[in-house]
Design a protein around this ligand. Structure first.
Ligand code: NAD
Ligand SMILES: O=C(O)C(=O)C[C@@H](O)[C@H](O)[C@H](O)COP(=O)(O)O
Ligand code: ZN
Length: 358
């Protein structure tokens, strides 16, 4: 088992490995003992697959379980309110503890519920996806609004992250691909040697357990270091949004859950790399193609369909178009791009992708 401490306003540990649940009766015994109620907010699909195992590891601790819709559909006002209703009906108090059991969507809504229930109760992130190496760390919680992704939320750090990599074995290929996009994002903003290694990967099936462990640890380390420096996103934390200005616009335009977050981020990174005139742009596009990212979406979606959402991005002010670009790998910076230039670059990317897909 590996562990990493996140020195946020409220410090906590991220534990990664196959045996992290042993910590319930060890490191986290006091936290669980002191809770008057323990509630698991679980993605319904994840519960089908893995709830039994989680409950078995909780041993003597009795937990009530509330199932929430699988994936992105959970990031809604309805689910948020349903969770609050459940907590109230269960007689939860400020001394209750939440466990967020699922991928990033579950973690985001459960974290938001934890941060708002009676103005804040502790929660443990128990992530079950590759992508959640990103989402479970750093304390961004959110639900979506029709007009924009993650528009309603808080910064609220978990009490701990227990990342049991055994659960990753049941992920479908599309979710592996989605998660890998945030892994390569962490490489782009931090380290050329790691990026080169990842760009060599022609199929995610070729990665061993040891490879996954290494990449996930590296990703978490990049994220944790940035969060420690700028927890509330006044500056450098924006770099974790590499690829996200367009990604979030695509997700909102298509309808939440129609494309996975990571696949949208891959398209957004391709655009940001083009805007950066980054020497890895072609390599990245080829990597996306060989690994099955939906590049054709760039062909299908016009600039007009996404520009309004991009102007409402959280990095934006007064309707500006703001992107995280790369001076070079490992050197991100923020740039405001004029609308005409953004449209031209989008057109050029479409042409390039059109040529590749012919
Ligand atoms: N808070 C943050 O810092 C942050 C960072 C990155 C992404 N996010 C958010 O995370 C969300 C995406 O999260 P995600 O990619 O983990 O997807 P997800 O939570 O939407 O889950 C995707 C699908 O995988 C299924 N699933 C989850 N774990 C599984 C497992 N072990 N085996 C089989 N199926 C499993 C789910 O039921 C769902 O159908 C987006 O809403 C994104 O905005 C947040
Ligand atoms: O933790 C961060 O900061 C990130 O930007 C990580 C992103 O991968 C993640 O998708 C995040 O939820 C985006 O945040 P938002 O503020 O752009 O909604
Ligand atoms: Zn993301």
């Amino acid at each position: 088992m590996k562990a990493l401490r996140v020195e946020a306003d409220h410090p906590y540990m991220v534990h990664i490995g196959k045996d992290v649940f042993n910590l319930f009766s060890d490191t986290y015994r006091e936290l669980l003992d002191s809770a008057d109620r323990i509630v698991i907010l679980a993605d319904e699909k994840v519960a089908d697959l893995h709830l039994e195992s989680l409950l078995a590891h909780l041993g003597p601790y009795k937990a009530s379980v509330f199932l929430i819709p699988s994936g992105e559909q959970a990031k809604s006002v309805q689910t948020f309110m349903d969770c609050h209703s459940f907590l109230l009906e269960e007689g939860c108090s400020r001394k209750s503890l939440l466990l967020a059991f699922g991928g990033g969507a579950t973690g985001d809504v459960a974290g938001f519920v934890a941060s708002t229930f009676m103005r804040g109760i502790p929660y443990i992130q128990i992530p079950t996806t590759i992508l959640a190496h990103d989402s479970a760390v750093g304390g961004k919680t959110a639900i979506n609004h029709e007009l924009g992704k993650n528009m309603i939320g808080t910064f609220y750090q978990p009490a701990a992250v227990l990342y049991n990599i055994q659960f990753l074995k049941t992920l479908p290929p599309q979710e592996v691909r989605s998660g890998m996009a945030e892994v390569i994002k962490h490489a782009f903003i931090s380290n050329e040697a790691w990026l080169a290694e990842l760009l060599e990967v022609q199929s995610f099936n070729e990665l061993t357990d040891e490879d996954w462990m290494l990449h996930l640890e590296r990703g978490i380390a990049v994220k944790a270091a940035i969060v420690e420096e700028d927890e509330f996103e006044g500056g450098v934390r924006k770099y974790l949004n590499f690829g996200h200005t367009l990604a979030h616009a695509i997700e909102a335009h298509l309808g939440y859950g129609k494309i996975t977050h990571g696949e949208a981020v891959a398209l957004g990174m391709a655009y940001a790399l083009s805007l950066s005139a980054h020497p890895r742009t072609e390599d990245f596009l080829a990597w996306c193609q060989v690994n099955g990212y939906p590049l054709e979406k760039i062909q299908e979606i016009s600039f007009e369909e996404v520009v309004g959402y991009m102007k409402k991005d959280k990095k934006s002010s007064k309707g500006s178009l703001n992107f995280v670009l790369l001076e070079k790998t490992g050197q991100p910076y923020m740039k405001t791009i004029d609308e005409a230039a953004a449209e031209t670059a989008y057109g050029q990317l479409r042409e390039k992708i059109g040529g590749m897909l012919e």
